[in-house]
Design a protein around this ligand. Structure first.
Ligand SMILES: CC(C)(COP(=O)(O)OP(=O)(O)OC[C@H]1O[C@@H](n2cnc3c(N)ncnc32)[C@H](O)[C@@H]1OP(=O)(O)O)[C@@H](O)C(=O)NCCC(=O)NCCS
Length: 370
C-alpha cells in the first residue's frame, strides 16, 4: 500500500454535478463562462439540485421558496448574541449551522423529500445567520429577511439594513454563481465523507464549513485582502512580492491543485474588480492586484485562482474582510447540498486506507516501567 499525498490525482467518486476537464469548469455540463455571463445564482442552485435549468415559473417559485425559508429560529439569534464579539466568523458560522439542526423537526428524516427541503433551508438560512452575526457583533439588531427577493439582494439588505443598489446585487450574484460548485474540492469531499456514514445533511454542511475555513481553501480570499492591505499602495508591490518569493513564501490567491494553466473563474472576477473599482472611484486594489499577478505569473508561472480577485470585488462592495469566506460558504452550500443529495442516492461508506509508517513489533511496557 503506497499513499498518494493529498490524494492528488485520485478519482474518489463519480458525480454528475460539475466537471473540470482540460481546464474547463462546467456545472451539469454548462460552461461556467456562460453561467457567469447569463445566469442568476438561483438558476444555478436549481441547476445543481435538479440537474436542469429552471423555466421562468420554476425559477420564480424557487426564489419565493428560498426566501420563505430564510428566517432563522430566535434561539439561533439568542445563541449568536452569546458568542464572543471577536470570534472567527467561520467558527461562528460553523457553530450556528450545526445548531440549526437542533431546531429543525425533520433534521433526522432521511427521506429524499426531507433532505431536499433541508438543502433549501440551509441555502436560505446561511445568509441570514451571517448577516445576523455581522450585525450582532457590531451591537446592532439583526434584520429579518424579505420575502420574494434573491439571496444576493436579501443578504446585502440584511447586512446593511438598506436597500442595496442594483450593481452591488448583480456583482455579488455573479460571485455566488462562480463559487457555487467545484467538483471534489476539499470541503465538498468533507461533506460527502460525513454523509456517507448516513449522518444527516446538517452534519455534512457543518463538516464542509470546517474544511472551507482553512487558508488553503476558502480562507485564501481573506488572506489576499490582508496582503493587499499590508502592501498598501502600488509603489510597494514589487519589493513586497519579490521578497516573499525570494523567501519561498506562498502568495495567497495563486496556484491550484487542479488548474495548472489558470482558473477559468478568475477572469470574471478580475473584470468585476476593474468595473467596481471604476464605479467606486478606487482603483487601488485592482491596480495592485494586476501588478501582483504580473510578477507572480512572470516569475513562477502561477496564475490567479478564484480567490485572488474576489478579495477586491468584495472590498468594493464594502463587505468586511472576515465575511469573505462566509460568503463563499453561502455560495458553496448549493454545491455541498447537491453533492450530499447525490451521495445519499448512491451511497457507499468512504473509508480509505493509510500507509503505516510507524514503528513495528513494539513491546508493551507496563506503566510502572516507563
Ligand atoms: C492551492 C494550493 C494549496 C495548491 O497546492 P498544491 O497542489 O498542493 O501545490 P503545492 O503547494 O505543492 O505547490 C507546487 C509548487 O508551486 C509553489 N506554489 C504553489 N502555490 C503557490 C503560491 N500561491 N505562491 C507561491 N508558490 C506557490 C509551491 O511552493 C510548490 O513549489 P515547489 O515545487 O518549488 O515546492 C497552493 O497553490 C496554495 O497554497 N495556494 C495559495 C492558497 C490559495 O490561494 N488557495 C486557494 C485555492 S482555490
Amino acid at each position: 500500500m503506497t499513499a498518494t499525498k493529498g490524494l492528488e490525482g485520485i478519482v474518489a467518486t463519480t458525480s454528475s454535478i460539475s466537471s473540470i476537464i482540460d481546464g474547463v469548469l462546467t456545472y451539469r455540463g454548462i460552461n461556467i463562462d456562460d453561467l457567469a455571463e447569463n445566469a442568476t445564482f438561483e438558476e444555478v442552485v436549481y441547476l445543481l439540485w435538479y440537474g436542469k435549468l429552471p423555466n421562468r415559473s420554476e425559477l420564480d417559485h424557487l426564489v419565493i421558496e428560498l426566501s420563505g425559508y430564510a428566517q432563522i429560529p430566535q434561539q439561533i439569534i439568542d445563541q449568536i448574541k452569546l458568542y464572543p464579539k471577536d470570534v472567527n466568523s467561520m467558527a461562528a458560522l460553523r457553530s450556528a449551522v450545526s445548531s440549526l439542526a437542533l431546531y429543525d423537526a425533520e433534521a433526522n428524516d432521511m427521506s429524499t423529500e426531507a433532505n431536499l427541503r433541508k438543502a433549501k433551508k440551509l441555502q436560505a438560512q446561511l445568509p441570514t445567520v451571517i448577516a445576523a452575526f455581522a450585525r450582532i457583533r457590531a451591537g446592532q439588531e439583526p434584520i429579518a429577511p424579505k420575502s420574494g427577493v434573491s439571496i444576493s439582494e436579501n443578504f446585502l439588505y440584511m447586512l446593511t439594513g438598506k436597500q442595496p443598489d442594483k450593481v452591488a446585487v448583480e456583482a455579488l450574484d455573479k460571485a455566488l454563481v462562480l463559487h457555487a460548485d467545484h467538483e471534489l474540492n476539499a470541503s465538498t469531499f468533507a461533506a460527502r465523507v460525513t454523509v456517507a456514514t448516513l449522518s444527516d445533511i446538517y452534519s455534512g454542511v457543518t463538516s464542509a464549513i470546517g474544511a472551507l475555513k482553512g487558508p488553503l481553501h476558502g480562507g485564501a480570499n481573506e488572506a489576499v485582502m490582508a496582503m493587499l492591505e499590508e502592501i498598501g499602495t502600488a509603489d510597494n508591490v514589487t519589493n513586497y512580492i519579490n521578497e516573499k518569493l525570494a523567501n519561498k513564501e506562498k502568495i495567497m490567491g495563486f496556484g491550484h491543485r487542479v488548474y495548472k494553466n489558470g482558473d477559468p473563474r478568475a477572469k470574471h472576477l478580475q473584470k468585476m474588480s476593474q468595473e467596481l473599482g471604476k464605479i467606486t472611484g478606487n482603483m487601488n486594489w485592482y491596480n495592485m492586484s494586476i501588478q501582483i499577478e504580473d510578477i507572480v505569473t512572470g516569475q513562477k508561472g502561477l496564475k490567479p485562482n478564484v480567490d485572488f480577485y474576489s478579495a477586491s470585488v468584495y472590498t468594493s462592495l464594502e463587505i468586511p474582510r472576515d465575511l469573505f469566506t462566509p460568503i463563499f460558504a453561502i455560495s458553496r452550500t448549493s454545491g455541498w447540498t447537491a453533492h450530499i443529495l447525490e451521495q445519499y442516492e448512491n451511497n457507499r461508506l468512504i473509508r480509505p486506507r493509510a500507509e503505516y509508517t510507524g514503528p513495528s513489533h513494539q513491546a508493551y511496557i507496563p506503566i510502572e516501567k516507563r
